[in-house]
Design a protein around this ligand. Structure first.
Ligand SMILES: CC(C)(COP(=O)(O)OP(=O)(O)OC[C@H]1O[C@@H](n2cnc3c(N)ncnc32)[C@H](O)[C@@H]1OP(=O)(O)O)[C@@H](O)C(=O)NCCC(=O)NCCS
Length: 257
């Protein structure tokens, strides 16, 4: 890799940290205080040496980086662009690991072998994957694009794209429809309880309106009572909700339980 290209990659890495870590306040801070950046920078040089057959020099460089950063990346590992290793301490990335672009790795992650395989014995991690703190992904398995491995998970089997895997042994707890972007929105989170409350409120209002109209038709309410007066469309109840102009498509709503 040429010098200019290396600098461009380093700039990309800094931008990735700024985008993905809410704690990062400036480029200077990122440059000085993020060991993951330093480890990746050293890895690029070590990987080039490794590819050229200078194995000992490559290993020596990688071990020096490990002493400085706590992150051990074997020089044989192939690592994509904009990879972010947060905190970093205790991260181990094995020789035949392949990591895609836009991957986020937290401290204590092992991308290692099971000890049973030869040749390609480490995982292949797709683009946009997040691997939580302390997770172990072992063996020549594949983690599909945009999947998330929960903190502390132990993953021994292939993970399809767009899945969330947690626990030991790792199990899929979620599969979402594909989305090309890294999920960074930590403000506009979906609120299923609020959605359900709003849906219930809509149905309740509708039932109140129906009840008020039926009550008025049957003469249960004296004229001027709030339920009859306040009900929209009062006085023109067709007596059959299927032909009512105010009726909501209740049958299309999700079941409540
Ligand atoms: C897995 C993770 C990425 C969340 O992914 P998600 O797709 O948004 O999944 P959810 O949060 O909806 O969780 C789905 C289910 O898995 C469970 N779960 C989430 N993370 C888990 C974990 N690490 N271990 C065990 N179960 C976990 C949730 O409780 C939930 O269970 P439920 O459906 O019974 O309620 C996240 O919980 C995680 O572990 N991130 C790692 C972050 C990290 O390492 N930070 C370190 C910063 S220093």
């Amino acid at each position: 890799m040429k010098w200019n290209e290396r600098r461009a990659r380093a700039r990309e890495d800094i931008a990735a940290v700024m985008a993905r870590d809410p704690a990062a306040t400036s480029k200077l801070e990122v440059r000085l205080c993020y060991p993951g950046l330093s480890a990746l920078k050293a890895h690029r040089v070590a990987h080039t040496l490794y590819q050229k057959g200078h194995i000992v020099a490559a290993r020596w460089l990688s071990q020096r980086a490990r002493h400085r950063t706590g992150i051990e990346i074997h020089p044989g590992a192939t690592i994509g662009r904009r990879v972010f290793i947060d905190h970093g301490d205790g991260v181990v990335i094995g020789e035949t690991t392949v990591i895609g672009d836009d991957v986020t790795i937290y401290q204590g992650v092992t991308l290692g072998g099971t000890g049973k395989d030869v040749g390609k014995r480490h995982p292949t991690v797709g683009n946009g994957v997040t691997i939580g703190a302390g997770a172990k992904v072992l063996g020549p398995i594949t983690v599909g694009d945009h999947s998330k491995i929960g903190a502390g998970a132990i993953v021994l089997r292939d993970v399809p794209p767009n899945c969330t895997v947690v626990g030991n042994p790792g199990r899929i707890v979620k599969k979402k429809t594909p989305g090309p972007e890294v999920d960074l929105d930590q403000v506009n989170l979906p609120d299923p309880m609020l959605d359900r409350m709003e849906s219930l409120y809509t149905r309740l209002s509708h039932l109140e309106r129906c009840l008020a109209r039926h009550a008025e038709k049957l003469g249960c309410y004296a004229e001027g009572e709030p339920a009859a007066v306040g009900a929209p469309g009062a006085g023109r109840c067709p007596g059959d909700c299927s032909t009512c102009p105010d009726a909501l498509p209740i049958e299309k709503e999700e079941p409540l339980c």
